[in-house]
Design a protein around this ligand. Structure first.
Ligand SMILES: *Cc1c(COP(=O)(O)O)cnc(C)c1O
Length: 385
């Protein structure tokens, strides 16, 4: 297999030379002519069963060739047979719960905290018809029931950067499929499918798109797991728009370079924050001494979290360069207070159970000069303590 950077640049583009074009074509059709209606009907029937290719798309909710290019490219990066994209990361999680729990009748989910606030809340509400038990990474085996259809976790976890040993998680889960949300690590730093994860989920909105201008989600998995996801996507209509598919695909080409550059800055900022008198604690895989770093997780990444000594909201208010905003993985550095924003709906008890301190700030390190980022953080932390 070719190297990661090569796959990032060439994935999903192998046929372009034959087409005589350099950039992937964007197909915005909502419907497709089917002069042979019997053949169109056969294609429609095949799509509805979740096949990866049935010839004519017939209708845009069934299939889109621009989106399919992004999916092939992402699957190459994750080392899976296929990938299925959705309108957002939340739509992707919804589809996996529907496929693994509702379609099988095994309606119990084991969720390892902490999770992205939206994921935690969606699973907790029971809105999808599944019942969720929350636990920690060591408690998965104990939380399983005969009707458990899915184990859900993040590593590194949003927002506190907790790490979990995927080999151990998959071992504990036994026959139950494991969904790993790989949004923080990206396929550049971690490939959960190689450790036995059945579903590898990304909020493409974050690093894959990488420029803060596209919403999308994707699940990388084996062909047999992808078919029900495509069936569901056709029925529920949670499709990725082709323009979004184009932007996500374009984002993949620079993903390794963006992650590597932001990671260098994050490592330096984590070291400096850990030595700052205005900082009580820093969460960063590079500082954790975890044996998983260098193995399962090939680099510490560009996400970090820290607890200021003073009021975290005052620190955010003093920042000038760093953008005070939710989301992550963009070209600019973003900071937010999870207890107020991304993880608000999890509530204090849920956050405490997941090891998320109330005063924690989450920092998504971008591509600015690290000296400028440090100057901004340093002045904000000084005035507050
Ligand atoms: C943002 C995020 C999601 C949700 O993705 P959307 O694209 O916003 O729907 C899921 N998981 C993680 C880890 C996230 O950061």
């Amino acid at each position: 297999m070719t190297g990661l950077r090569t796959r990032a640049v060439h994935g999903g583009r192998q046929d372009l030379g034959g087409l005589g074009v350099h950039a992937p074509p964007i197909d915005l059709s909502t419907t497709y002519p089917v002069p042979d209606q019997a053949a169109g009907g056969a294609a429609l029937g095949a799509w509805a069963e979740g096949v990866a290719d049935a010839g004519s798309p017939v209708y845009a909710r069934l299939h889109n060739p621009t989106v399919a290019r992004f999916e092939r490219a992402l699957a190459e990066l994750e080392g899976t047979e296929q990938a299925v994209s959705f309108a957002s990361g939340m739509a992707a999680l919804t589809a996996v719960v529907q496929a693994a729990c509702l379609m099988t009748g095994r309606r119990h989910v084991v969720a390892v905290r902490p999770l992205y606030g939206g994921s935690d809340h969606l699973l907790g509400t029971g809105l999808l018809g599944a019942e969720t038990s929350y636990t920690d990474a060591a408690g998965i085996a104990e939380a399983l029931r005969p009707d458990t259809g899915l184990v859900v976790l993040e590593t590194p976890a949003n927002p506190n950067l907790d790490l979990a040993d995927l080999d151990d998680v998959v071992h504990q889960a036994g026959a139950v499929p494991v969904l790993v949300d790989n949004t923080f690590a990206t396929p550049v730093l971690q490939n959960p499918a190689a450790h036995g994860a059945a579903y590898v989920l990304h909020s493409g909105t974050k690093y894959l798109g990488g420029h803060g201008d596209v919403l999308g989600g994707v699940v990388a998995c084996r062909a047999e797991a992808a078919a029900p996801l495509r069936q569901l996507r056709i029925l529920t209509g949670a499709v990725l728009h082709p323009l979004a598919g184009y932007l996500l695909h374009r984002g993949l080409a620079t993903l390794p370079l963006r992650v590597e550059a932001a990671q260098r800055s994050a490592s330096e900022l984590a070291d400096r924050l850990a030595a700052h008198s205005g900082v009580a604690a820093v969460r960063y895989p590079g500082l954790s001494g975890s044996p998983l770093l260098g193995g399962q997780l090939r680099g510490p990444g560009a996400m970090l979290a820290f607890e200021p000594v003073g009021d975290p909201l005052a620190v955010v208010g003093k920042l000038g360069l760093i953008t005070p905003a939710v989301s992550l993985g963009s070209v600019d550095t973003l900071i937010e207070h999870p207890a107020s924003l991304t993880h608000r709906l999890v509530g204090p008890a849920g956050l405490a159970a997941g090891g998320v301190p109330a005063g924690l700030l989450r920092l998504s390190v971008g591509l600015e000069d690290v000296a400028d980022l440090w100057d901004d953080l340093d002045q904000a932390l000084r005035v507050s303590c």
